[in-house]
Ligand binder design. Sequence first.
Ligand code: FAD
Length: 519
Amino acid sequence: MDFALFCTRVDILLLLIALCSPCKFIQSPMDFGPLNFHQTTNTSSLDFGRIVFDSPTAVLRPHSPREISLLLSSLSASSSFNKVTVAARGAGHSIHGQAQALDGIVIEMDSLPSAISIHRGGESGSSYADVGGGALWIELLRESLKFGLAPRSWTDYLYLSVGGTLSNGGISGQTFKHGPQISNVLQLDVVTGKGEQVTCSSTESSELFFAALGGLGQFGIITRARILLQDAPQKVKWVRAFYDDFETFTEDQELLVSMPDAVDYVEGFIVLNEHSLHSSSVAFPSHLRFTPEFHGKGRYRVYYCIEFAIHDHQVESTDVERVATQLLRKMSHIPSHFYSVEVSYFDFLNRVRMEEAILRSRALWEVPHPWLNMFVPKSGIGEFKDLLLDNISPTDFEGLVLIYPLLRDKWDANSSAVLPDGGGRAEEQVMYIVGVLRSANPATCAAQCLQDLLRRHRRVAQAATAPRIGAKQYLARHPSQGHWQDHFGRHWDRFVARKAQFDPLGILAPGQGIFPRTH
Ligand code: FAD
């Protein structure tokens, strides 16, 4: 379509919008030229958390980045829309309404073309994929595997959008080795809050590149990302080892992450009760002969499980067994309490999908999820674990508590992601991610109970972010700008300056609750 005609149509649309009431600025669903607005969709006020349900006034399902650019440039240019905000919605797997826009416009990113192109590197360069910001990681995995390649860094769950996880961090058991997903991006296409379409990288428009990575959607909408790929293994040796002592558990985790040449993946979780043992064991049940005693010696006991994996391309397939055995010999788990399976690389990466199917079959997937995720310095991890266990009741806990180490030098300090301050001590190179991934089954935990859980998590987060532990929340929605300022700490001024540069009117990502819309 002719660009001038296109712009005229947008102008007319905006005129129509201006004629409507200030809040409900689009009265009914309409298909207006290339900008297809809908009044709402089933998903636009819904996310995985099921705690916040803010409805937009309109939903845009764009067919190209240019439509996003036209919308944002029109909104920034006209004073008639000084209340209108815009949120990109990837897969909507936020917990606290971060991809929602109360009375604003939600852009559903899955409508963008989903073509993925794969480039195999030779001696001259790395392999990479160009992928749309609204594509899901599972789609990228499927496409890249056709070329024997795969991204290096993952999240545990793959039905999340590329733009959504790159706006946060994107972490999993590979992060100790390759860094988070935001450390594995070569280039981005971003539409800024002013509507500019910019291609950026660490050397080209680098301020926008680093701002957008971990930037909580505040600076622009990621419409394409160039993701680093590596050769994909065929198979994965997946091992679990159990502990009854927290210090031994973390020492062994740190031992494993100190051996990136041998190990490809390290995670771990607290075994709070029978349920948490089995809800995280889809690939293992037939091997699990671990029947821990939770009520020993007059007090409740919890256990810990390390999970690590070795890819078969690291070493010859026949050697994988030998490497795993050598590693296990160096570890101090409960003697004989380790289990291993060999699975395809695809099934390993897609393991949470199997959990999802089970939870869906029990009507336990589409329930509220009061999650708490924290980065905790190594020096505070023991105290944090005690704080956490003081605040959860193991007997009725439904879900999983993940704990595993990450290495600070795998994160680029220029990105917008927030980590605990290192304190300048060498040991603080190690920090932990702790994820309290809790489900609140409405049958047993109704509205008041959910509020109690959220209050308890706030209490834990407040105590853990105090200087004594020095933790930082991940994926949080803080209640006020003052809280956000505390969260960003010494990086707040940089975050504010980036906002002023790329989205000065505060149009983008209102669901994060960081900046108000300005005129
Ligand atoms: P959305 O919820 O749609 O959006 C999140 C934020 O990003 C919003 O502010 C939105 O406006 C913004 N945004 C979305 N798309 C774009 C874009 N293209 N450009 C700019 N801004 C955008 N995280 C991990 O790090 N590791 C894990 O292992 C992990 N596992 C998870 C498992 C489950 C079951 C769930 C529900 C979440 C998990 N997460 C994990 C958290 C997840 O990474 C974040 O919630 C992420 O935001 C989800 O992506 P999404 O596409 O659903 O984002």
